[in-house]
Design a protein around this ligand. Structure first.
Ligand code: KG4
Ligand code: ZN
Length: 414
């Protein structure tokens, strides 16, 4: 069990205009109290809960990661994820509440991820939430997991709409313009796998779990770690979708290329199952670089499209990067080259907020509560949705624009 140590930490800069005036209109003593939201996340393999007040202060939080179990089985098995959520959800929520010293009756609302995600996992969070809502008679704020990832940054930077947001995780890969709390324009998304997913698969194919330095790391973390000691130039991987002048992503072809290289090298080195290739570091460096440059090129085109169409401020626009893969420093630095070249600011939440957690859900609940949107006083009939669209899809328009990228050197020095 990992418990994030927040100790009533305040991510919110109190000088920020959002932090002030975020309390309910005065009128009674009680009205001066900030409103408080409990956030619950169970969409994939993390059971997370957090209690947050209206000013963005984390009053309590707890997170149970299933990563170690799934690492051993080589991927998430949904019924196993469901069982682990069931075993931990009560304790995780209780820990967040205990740390906050807030009783459920003092909550203003409960916010829970209901989409998208694994059906069996989402079901556990929603079922528990419905019980709490009934018991304490509280309003419900249903949360879209990707919207929550997209807006987490606003907890720590007062970034104004519109801004560009890139979400890269184990289950998702998309780039969108955030125009408002529930208002997004989708510019592109992965046509097949997500970048975290292919990094996880490559790591598994390289049996990095057996690598003494990587035993407790996720695939993406292991690739980043080994890539630091590798030479990406040892393998020439073809960058995906070079002839598609849109902002969609594709990673399946890259995974096939890497799998073929690994199979060839295993034969050359006469490797037995479970042994690590001598060139694993170089393969990690090459795959990380190719993933980074593919993401950077699609992002570069998205920025140019937005500027051409007045979708972002001409000056001082912001690119927000979130999701588990956004913790990767090499990918961040590659994106920094793109934002420097286009006059954008690059904003990334700290790694612990990039991955799944209850805090991002509580924060999304707070933002909705403050705007008075998406609050249900009767949750009857609410269902979880394993698949859910994200924003209005304008990827066709991006494709039509067929923007050719100016040359940009995406070279990172380690
Ligand atoms: O956002 P997240 O916690 O869960 C969802 O997928 O929604 O992201 C987890 C993914 C995994 O695929 C993991 O391998 C990847 O993020 N990841 C990384 C790094 N840390 C986690 N990928 C690349 N570099 C990292 N440092
Ligand atoms: Zn996520």
């Amino acid at each position: 069990m990992t418990m994030l140590n927040s100790d009533r930490c305040c991510y919110w800069n109190l000088k920020c205009p959002f932090a002030l005036g975020s309390y309910r209109a005065a009128g009674s003593q009680a009205a001066l109290q900030p409103r408080i939201v409990l956030g619950i996340e169970t969409s994939c393999d993390d059971t997370g809960a957090a209690v947050m007040d209206e000013a963005g202060r984390i009053l309590g939080e707890s997170l149970h990661s299933q990563k170690e179990v799934h690492l051993k089985t080589g991927g998430i098995i949904p019924p196993v994820a469901q069982r682990l959520h069931k075993e931990n959800i009560h304790r995780v929520i209780q820990e967040a509440l205990d740390m906050s010293r807030i009783s459920p009756s003092e909550l203003s609302a409960i916010a829970t991820t209901i989409k998208p995600g694994l059906a069996l996992s989402l079901g556990v969070g929603l079922e528990y939430t419905l019980k709490l809502l009934k018991q304490y008679n509280k309003p419900f704020i249903p949360i879209h997991h990707m919207e929550a990832h997209a807006l987490t940054v606003r907890m720590i930077h007062p970034v104004q709409f519109p801004f560009l947001v890139l979400l890269v995780s184990g289950g998702h890969c998309l780039i969108a313009v955030a125009n408002g709390i529930t208002d997004f324009l989708l510019l592109g998304q992965s046509l097949d796998e997500a970048p975290g997913d292919i990094l996880d698969k490559v790591a598994r194919r390289l049996t990095l779990i057996e690598h003494p330095e990587c035993t407790t790391m996720s695939g993406g973390q292991a690739i980043e770690h080994l890539a630091k000691q590798g030479d990406r130039m040892k393998f020439n991987l073809k960058s995906p979708m070079g002839q598609h002048f849109d902002c969609n992503f594709s990673f399946a072809g890259l995974r096939n290329q890497v799998t073929q290289i690994i199979t060839k090298k295993e034969k050359e080195e006469d490797i037995e199952k479970g042994q690590i290739l001598s060139c694993a570091n170089d393969i990690a460096a090459a795959v990380q670089h190719t993933v980074a440059s593919h993401i950077a090129k699609r992002t570069h085109r998205a920025i140019l499209f937005c500027k051409m169409n007045g979708l972002l401020p001409q000056n001082n626009g912001a690119l927000v990067v979130s999701g588990g893969v956004a913790s990767n420093q090499y990918i961040r630095r590659t994106l920094q080259i793109v934002t420097d070249a286009t006059g954008m600011a690059l904003l990334c939440p700290p790694p612990k907020l990039c991955t799944d957690n209850g805090v991002m859900i509580a924060w999304n609940g707070i933002e909705k509560l403050r705007e008075g949107i998406g609050i249900l006083h009767n949750p009857e009939g609410i269902c979880y949705e394993p698949k859910a669209a994200f924003g209005a899809d304008i990827s066709g328009k991006v494709k039509e624009a067929a923007i050719k990228l100016p040359h940009l050197k995406l070279k990172i020095r380690e």
